[in-house]
Design a protein around this ligand. Structure first.
Ligand SMILES: Nc1ncnc2c1ncn2[C@@H]1O[C@H](COP(=O)(O)OP(=O)(O)OP(=O)(O)O)[C@@H](O)[C@H]1O
Length: 742
């Protein structure tokens, strides 16, 4: 059953209108509910500052008017909401009078306190960059036109403006010449057909003047046609720079914007689809602009001219018929195109699906091979291709219908006008030249009209693409530098870190930290250990402000990291992540990436410290060795050493090593541990490791368990308490080592 929620008060952020999400309604108590997402992006489901209705489809039986005043203390829950059944939304809203009348768990047909529901407003997304999410309110047409104009009419670029003006001038000239063509033809025909006294001309006795005059007119006809085409092409050439310039500018801006968005945003999006959004959106601007300025407006302009000429020259019925024909033609075209759009959407979707599948499958080449799943992958790919094939067939068939209908309308109107003209010619009120002119004018009008369907469809698509892209531009990063934040420099001397009563979760209902507190003194080497999934890497993400705690504070140098600019904070921390992903470039580029303005000597020094330099020298191309996509041509250990080298090159007062040596053999690991000891001298360093042997010499070891700091101390202190988690971990490790060595 579909329900309407009206959020009354903003809880977390802005609500996304027209979205499609899946989640489950958690019932905490008789009047306390919250939405538990089951897809990652649904995490972003929030209420609006505005009242925004949203349809929910609940799987299971639900009474008509179900919940009133949904509330919960949980930060991700709806603080206050009213739920109505959809049957009532258009006419009257029927909230329950009393929240005590809430449907109980049985009525909600829920299991273990959960009701599964599917929410959606029926918005068709033909682009799997996904529906708008957190903070993404769809931009409206006005905002879009404004944004579009800012690129084609840039305030600070007179050259572009000049080009736009010139292009419009060329357009008017081209249309004026175009309309003059049938006139010149008419006069040429009349000159050759009718003598100055109004009788049929006998060409055998006609004077040379008649011939010269008609030749001049026909020459003019040719020049006008060529001129119209020439101006048209010139206009395209002049406008090309405007279009390309705006595409480049907007693509750059969107790209930069994407880099400013939160990690959580990127984790919930498909990267391929995002790049498509930029690509399609920026091209969409060009297309929509060109189509509107050089197609739709010119058609209207030409129709106006033709109708006026026909009205004055041949009579109002001609004007009415031609306008009527164009009106019917347009209505038919738009109607059928609208109907056909869904096939196009299906095609796009299937194409994206097939593309995503192909990429995913090829990226996982090795996994596919390890499990002999080539056939399975091919079948899955073929399923998407089949969908594409079906949709593509429907697109072609419906196009045939569109073309036929357009031709039928146009030919019918043309014949009627010709018959009317023939009557007038026989009555002597029109000449044969007039008939030729009417025919020419209508035919000329038919040429751009023939493109109307595809232009309309493409413009609609372009507008959707632009909307997706501009909507993306409206997404505000949740994590950003506060305005007027004063510069703050973390130095090795003040790089002490404190987590103060930090609570955090990625997904509501699954807390990662609860009241986590610890301090890391400046210049000390601290290790964080704990079971897999205990939240060790999450500590790093919180410190780096990739995510924000739901409660508590994180301080560096005695200052809350929220009060430090992201730039200052992130400059102070160098991270060697758990999965080191490299750029598809050379080793040198990848190490240099740690600090692009440092000289090559420093790059080599960092590589030496990371025990990488010797390996690099054994490769034929040395530092110019290509590492392959995501560094796939390097071994796990080599990748880790590149990541360590670039972190060393960054030269930050805080160095974080997240399982930085997990892929190394014992000798290399020992070399690196020694090197890191030197590199971390005088810096604050945090080492996350499963292999406790690598953290034995740390000044403090923090043991995380159950979202809290369970233990802390030096290795010896922790091992001496045989009941400690650390001691148990240590003895397990020792046991494993003795099995290995026996
Ligand atoms: N973006 C995310 N969205 C939802 N859950 C997440 C996300 N990132 C991590 N988690 C979950 O948070 C928990 C802690 O993850 P984290 O990576 O911090 O653990 P860890 O202690 O570093 O684990 P390991 O030792 O296995 O690397 C895990 O259960 C993980 O599944």
């Amino acid at each position: 059953m579909a329900l309407l929620w009206t959020c009354r008060r903003n809880v977390i952020g802005r609500f996304v209108n027209k979205m499609s999400l899946k989640g489950r309604l958690m019932i905490l108590s008789s009047n306390s509910y919250y939405i538990q997402p089951i897809t990652s992006f649904a995490t972003h489901f929030t209420c609006s500052q505005r009242s925004v209705p949203l349809n929910f489809r609940i799987f299971g039986r639900l009474p008509q008017n179900v919940v009133r005043h949904v509330s919960s203390s949980n930060s991700t829950s709806v603080s206050r909401a009213i739920v109505y059944s959809t049957e009532d939304i258009s006419t009257k809203k029927l909230p329950l009078k009393d929240s005590s009348q809430l449907a109980g768990p049985t009525a909600l047909n829920q299991k273990d306190g959960r009701v599964w529901f599917h929410a959606g407003v029926g918005h068709i997304h033909d682009d799997d960059s996904g529906p708008p999410r957190n903070g993404e309110d769809k931009v409206n047409s006005k905002q879009m036109v404004k944004a579009m104009l800012s690129y084609v009419w840039p305030k600070d670029d007179p050259d572009i403006k000049k080009r736009v003006k010139l292009a419009v001038g060329l357009l008017v000239a081209s249309k004026a010449l175009n309309v003059s063509v049938p006139f010149l033809f008419k006069y040429a025909v009349d000159t050759l057909n009718v003598s100055p006294d109004g009788n049929i001309l006998n060409l055998a006795t006609a004077s040379d003047t008649v011939l010269t005059y008609s030749v001049a007119l026909l020459l003019g006809y040719g020049i006008a046609r060529a001129g119209a085409a020439g101006f048209n092409e010139l206009r395209n050439a002049v406008f090309a720079r405007v279009a390309q310039h705006s595409i480049r500018k907007i693509a750059r801006n969107v790209f930069l914007h994407l880099h400013n968005l939160d990690l959580s945003f990127h984790l919930s999006r498909k990267t391929g689809a995002l790049s498509k959004t930029i690509d399609r959106g920026s091209r969409g601007i060009n297309f929509a602009l060109s189509a509107i300025v050089f197609n739709i407006v010119p058609i209207l302009f030409e129709l106006g001219m033709v109708a006026t000429i026909l009205g004055f020259k041949c009579g109002p019925e001609y004007a009415a018929l031609s306008v009527g024909c164009v009106g019917l033609y347009t209505a038919f075209t738009l109607g059928v195109t609208q109907w056909r759009t869904k096939f196009r959407v299906m095609m796009n979707r299937a194409e994206n699906e097939a593309g995503n599948h192909a990429i995913d499958s090829l990226i996982n080449y090795e996994t596919v091979k390890y499990f002999n799943n080539e056939k399975f992958e091919a079948n899955k790919y073929d399923k998407s291709l089949k969908k594409y094939e079906d949709a593509s067939l429907k697109t072609s068939t419906s196009l045939a219908l569109l073309n036929f209908g357009q031709n039928a309308i146009f030919s019918g109107a043309l014949s009627m006008i010709m018959i009317m003209a023939a009557h007038q010619i026989s009555a002597g009120t029109m000449t044969v030249g007039d008939l030729v002119m009417v025919n020419g004018l209508l035919f000329q009008l038919g040429v751009p009209l023939g493109f109307l369907g595809s232009v309309y469809r493409e413009v609609r698509q372009a507008l959707i693409d632009m909307q997706t892209m501009f909507t993306l531009m409206t997404v505000d990063p949740q994590i950003k530098t506060k305005p007027n934040t004063a510069p703050f420099f973390v130095t090795p001397a003040n790089a002490f870190i404190e987590f103060r009563n930090v609570s955090f979760h990625y997904v509501p209902g699954k807390p990662i930290f609860q009241d986590l507190s610890f301090t890391i003194p400046a210049g000390k080497k601290v290790a964080i250990v704990g079971g897999s999934g205990s939240g060790k890497s999450s500590i790093v993400r919180l410190l780096y402000r990739f995510f924000e705690p739901t409660h508590g504070e994180i301080l560096i140098g005695g200052k809350n990291i929220n009060d430090i600019s992201l730039d200052d904070l992130r400059r102070a921390i160098a991270v060697v992540p758990q999965d080191s992903v490299l750029f598809h470039d050379t080793i040198q580029f990848n190490v240099h990436y740690g600090s692009l303005d440092r000289p090559m000597d420093d790059v080599i020094e960092a590589a030496k410290l990371a025990d990488l330099h010797t390996s690099i020298q054994t490769w034929p191309q040395g530092y110019d060795t290509q590492v392959g996509e995501r560094g796939l041509k390097l071994s796990g250990g080599e990748k880790q050493r590149v990541a360590i080298a670039r972190a060393i090159l960054k030269n930050s007062p805080v160095l974080i090593l997240d399982e930085a040596t997990s892929s190394l053999d014992s000798i290399t690991e020992q070399n690196i541990v020694d090197a890191l000891r030197r590199a971390t001298q005088g810096r604050t360093s945090i080492a996350i490791a499963h292999r406790l042997s690598t953290v034995m010499d740390c000044d403090t070891i923090l043991v995380i368990n159950g979202g809290r700091l369970a233990e802390q101390g030096t290795h010896n202190e922790l091992v001496s308490d045989s009941k400690s988690i650390y001691a148990r971990l240590w003895s397990t490790l020792q046991g494993l080592n003795s099995i290995k060595n026996s």
